[in-house]
Each structure stands twice: as structure tokens, then as C-alpha cells.
Design a protein around this ligand. Structure first.
Ligand SMILES: C[S@@+](CC[C@H](N)C(=O)[O-])C[C@H]1O[C@@H](n2cnc3c(N)ncnc32)[C@H](O)[C@@H]1O
Length: 247
């Protein structure tokens, strides 16, 4: 047990925000949005909620294609970058600072995206590995119009398990019960308890989505830069879930 207050991802991303867009995994945004528009059959004027929108790379690209976009993120630093991006692009996006595990925007959307671990499975030091993703999914289900679709990309639990060793389990870096890894990132307060990143396997994703009131249509490979309508590879970084809220 620790007397420290729980660590939060917002503390990390507030610091990370100015340099986030220099990471190579952010470079495929246009192609990713092409696929999202196709998968979710998005038409200009429809509404999209981007959960864990970060610096707004998908939100702004979607708004540029005539969609009515709301970007939600817990980090004020990431949202500040997103606002600047939208201004530069000359598009309107509604930005909301909120926790993806506990939000109600008082309206419904024609589609929701939650990409590149936008909240789902990013465990604060006090978070339960089942309750956290379930809370995100329940909020997303409530925010979707009946019949509307959503796309998530989340960490691939197979890859996390295959990279783990008995030593990493003994040392607490990999937790096989929670299918999570201790994040090696440096928090602004280096004495704060570590954050954890949780992976998922396809069968549990189908079950979690179902419990939250969402029906999974596909689980595909979803590693940034390599999204596609294809089976996941065991060692790739991310899975993509395409789902909908049943009528
Ligand atoms: C890896 S970034 C992904 C950002 C963006 N979706 C992208 O594809 O570049 C994860 C984002 O999720 C946000 N986030 C983490 N936990 C969150 C939570 N509980 N609620 C809302 N946003 C959260 C972080 O602040 C960060 O902006």
C-alpha cells in the first residue's frame, strides 16, 4: 500500500502534449480517417465523438471532411494542442475535458471513435483492470445513437504476454492476471505510483463490449500505420474493434 495519491494519465499527457505529434505512430492519420469514414459510413453533417482525442489529429481531419466532431480528453495539455490544430486547419470542433470512464455529454452521436489507447486500458494506479474498460464502454454505449457504430484501437494482450518473461512477472513489470504492463514512462512526480497499460484478447473484448451493451462486428489488426480488414497478428501492438450499439 502507498500513501501517495493515485497517478493519473492526465499528469503524463499534460507534459507529453507539445511533443506528442512527433511520434512516428501519429503519421498515418489521413489513411486512418479514410478507413474510419468507410467503416462507419460517415457522411458530412453526421456527429462523431472522439474519446481520448489527444492532440486532435483524428478529430480535426474528420471535421475537415464536414463532420460535426466533439473531442473528449482528460488532459488539458493535449486539448490545448488540439485547439491550436483546429484553429490552424480552420475547422470547428467542440473540445471537452472529461474522464472517459465517467462522462455524459447530454446528447448522442452517429459514431464514436477511441483510438490509439484513447483511455481504454490506460489504467491509473487506482484503477481496476476490468472496471476501467467497462466504464469507458458503458459511457460510449450511452453516447451512441441506437444502430450507430464505434471503432476502438487497444493494446494487443497476446503481444504483451508473448513479450513477458518469468522475471518480468516476478518483478511486477507484467501482471498476468490483469494482462497489464507497468508503464516505464516518467511521471512529473517520480515518486508517484506507476501507471499501467492493459492489453486485451479478442474473446474478452467481445464479452466486455457485450456487457456494456455493444455488439462487436470485427476484431482486426489495429497497429498504428497498419490498420486493415485483416486478422490480428500475435505480436502486433494493437487490435482494432469495430462494433455498434444494437437497435
Ligand atoms: C496515446 S494518446 C491517443 C490520442 C489520440 N486518440 C491519438 O490517436 O493520437 C491517449 C489519450 O487518451 C487520453 N486519456 C487517457 N486516459 C483518459 C481518460 N480516462 N479519459 C479521457 N482521456 C484519457 C490521454 O490524455 C491521451 O490524450
Amino acid at each position: 500500500m502507498t500513501d501517495q495519491p493515485p497517478s493519473r494519465w492526465a499528469d503524463f499527457f499534460d507534459v507529453e502534449a507539445p511533443t506528442y505529434d512527433s511520434y512516428p505512430f501519429t503519421r498515418a492519420t489521413t489513411a486512418e480517417v479514410d478507413l474510419l469514414v468507410d467503416l462507419l459510413r460517415l457522411r458530412p453533417g453526421q456527429s462523431v465523438l472522439d474519446v481520448g482525442c489527444g492532440t486532435g489529429r483524428h478529430s480535426v481531419e474528420l471535421a475537415g471532411r464536414g463532420l460535426d466532431v466533439t473531442g473528449l480528453d482528460v488532459s488539458e495539455g493535449m486539448l490545448a494542442e488540439a485547439r491550436t490544430r483546429a484553429e490552424s486547419a480552420g475547422v470547428d470542433v467542440q473540445w471537452v475535458q472529461a474522464d472517459a470512464t465517467d462522462f455524459d455529454l447530454g446528447r448522442r452521436f452517429d459514431a464514436v471513435v477511441c483510438l490509439c489507447e484513447g483511455a481504454m486500458g490506460l489504467l491509473g494506479s487506482a484503477d481496476d483492470p476490468l472496471a476501467q474498460p467497462l466504464s469507458v464502454l458503458r459511457c460510449v454505449a450511452a453516447a451512441l445513437e441506437p444502430g450507430a457504430g464505434c471503432v476502438f484501437t487497444v493494446l494487443n494482450g497476446y503481444a504483451l504476454a508473448r513479450q513477458a518473461s518469468p522475471e518480468s512477472v516476478a518483478e511486477g513489470a507484467f501482471d498476468p492476471l490483469a494482462l497489464s504492463v507497468r508503464s516505464e514512462i516518467t511521471l512529473p512526480d517520480p515518486t508517484a505510483p506507476p501507471l499501467r497499460e492493459r492489453g486485451f484478447v479478442p474473446t474478452e473484448l467481445v464479452l466486455l463490449f457485450d456487457v456494456a451493451g455493444l455488439a462487436v462486428d470485427h476484431v482486426w489488426g489495429g497497429t498504428a500505420g497498419r490498420w486493415g480488414r485483416r486478422p490480428p497478428e500475435l505480436d502486433e501492438i494493437e487490435l482494432m474493434v469495430v462494433a455498434h450499439r444494437p437497435l
